[in-house]
Ligand binder design. Structure first.
Ligand code: ATP
Length: 441
């Protein structure tokens, strides 16, 4: 399966999805940049997530800061053992490994002797202000949800919400991962899409199941193959420090089953701890019963890049012979990135049949300008038309519009569908409407 990973990584780089950060300086461990197509794909994932979440009752968005008062991280347990990996170090090559990655007591890389396990905190430290002393230390957030907890009262009161309600946020998170690996699976800088659902304790179990189903449905509705998705319940002792119940949604990556999203019943851990540390009363006043209580929280938390990686792997197909009927192509392996239409980074490609006929090029550019305000489009005139179709298939482009000599006489174009490769002619005046229909979510 290492071979499949290599092919996926190579496609992601070759076609402008993902680059190692600071590549001209040799890269920077565990950090990646998203190129033009990666940006579009990431953006689409975030948009679909937001749209799906907002379609539920009682959900409001938030954009809180990456930097926070360091007391937040004290209260949340992130500065203590709660957010630490247990590590061992090889006494010979000095490489560090998570304890659970080591079988036996030898370094997996060089066979050297290894040290006793030591806790290693994952928070990224930084300084704020002019003086770099202990008083100026703060952290880049390790998760986005803390911004939601500390704004909970503001949101509750100012938006005049009643329990149950949810707050959603998308934003950067940073973790000083010791062993970033598997391409963008585990990185030091990433984005999270989190939802914190505030409810009564007696309803927590019900909402846990509700959100579990909703989140599984999200992946399936976006075309992720059912056989590549599974739910794993995390037993006590292995759960995050705040979780009373936890399931992971796992995806079958080429390197094995791995978590893409965590769903947690956090109980009243967060609000009661923040109340204790801040001195603010963060309890909810229930008008009907006249009682005050800490709401319980159900959380859904997914990394944008991890979800992107899973969608990318799932969509990646190699088709040997027969997809394209031209004799040359039959012998070749064709790559198809069968992303859902809402995720595909480029929706429409506009292609003049040949590029050395100025009239065709002019017409194609007119069509491109007409479509550009409505869809993410690409204009491509290099190489044979067959090659260009396949370049589009490789990045998941949904529709290819070809401008040929007939276009000049009849004001119509050919529209080719990525998956069926069916082609039909459409009048230019009807093209925008037809494409909107085709791309409708
Ligand atoms: P893992 O066990 O893989 O380190 P975690 O259980 O610590 O993940 P959570 O703290 O529950 O992860 O974070 C929620 C989600 O954020 C994860 O399911 C994953 O999608 C994403 N995530 C967490 N850490 C990273 C990382 N280092 N790189 C990319 N995404 C991450």
């Amino acid at each position: 399966m290492a071979e499949k990973m290599d092919k996926i990584i190579s496609l992601a780089k070759r076609r402008g999805f993902i680059f190692p950060s600071s590549e001209i300086y040799g890269g920077f461990g565990g950090v990646y940049d998203f190129g033009p197509l990666g940006f579009e794909l990431k953006q689409n994932i975030k948009e679909v997530w937001l749209r799906t979440m907002k379609s539920q009752e009682n959900i409001v968005p938030l954009d809180s800061a990456i930097l926070m008062n360091p007391k937040v991280w004290q209260a949340s347990g992130h500065l203590t053992a709660g957010f630490a990996d247990e590590l061992v170090e090889c006494k010979s090559c000095h490489k560090r490994f998570k304890t659970d990655e080591i079988k036996g007591n030898k370094c997996p890389e060089c066979g050297g002797e290894i040290t006793k396990p030591k806790k290693f905190n994952l928070m990224m430290k930084t300084f704020v202000g002019a003086v770099e002393d202990e008083a100026a230390v703060t952290y880049l957030r390790g998760e986005t949800c803390q911004g939601i907890y500390v704004n909970y009262l503001n949101i509750l009161n100012l938006m005049r919400l009643k329990i149950p309600f949810g707050v959603i946020q998308i934003g950067k998170a940073f973790r000083n991962e010791v062993n970033p690996k598997n391409f963008i699976f585990r990185t030091r800088e990433f984005e999270q899409m989190e939802m914190e659902w505030f409810c009564e304790s007696k309803e927590a179990a019900h909402f846990f199941d509700f959100w579990k189903e909703q989140r599984m449905k999200w992946y399936e509705d976006l075309g992720m193959k059912k056989e590549n998705l599974r739910i794993v319940e995390i037993p006590e002792g292995k759960r995050a420090h705040y979780a009373k119940k936890q399931i992971d949604i796992e995806y079958h990556f080429p390197f094995g089953w791995k978590e893409i999203e965590g769903i947690h019943n956090r109980g009243d851990f967060d609000l009661s701890n923040h109340a204790k540390h801040s001195g603010e009363d963060l309890r909810y006043f229930d008008e009907e019963s006249g009682q005050k209580y800490f709401p319980h929280i159900i959380e859904t938390s997914v990394g944008v890049e991890r979800a992107l990686f899973a969608f990318f792997c799932d969509a990646y197909q190699e088709i040997k012979g027969g997809r394209t009927k031209t004799t040359k192509a039959v012998k070749e392996v064709e790559i198809l990135l069968k992303l859902d239409k809402s995720l595909a980074p480029i929706k429409v490609a506009v292609l003049p049949l040949v590029r050395n006929k100025p009239k065709l090029v002019k017409k194609a550019k007119e069509v491109y300008q007409m479509l550009k305000p409505h869809f993410t489009c690409q204009y491509d005139e290099l190489g044979s038309i067959g090659r260009r179709y396949r370049r589009g298939d490789e990045i998941g482009t949904i529709a290819a519009i070809t401008i040929d000599f007939e276009t000049l006489e009849k004001e119509d174009v050919t529209i080719r569908d990525r998956d069926s490769m069916a082609q039909k002619r459409i009048k230019i005046k009807d093209l925008t409407k037809t494409l909107k229909e085709k791309l409708k979510a």
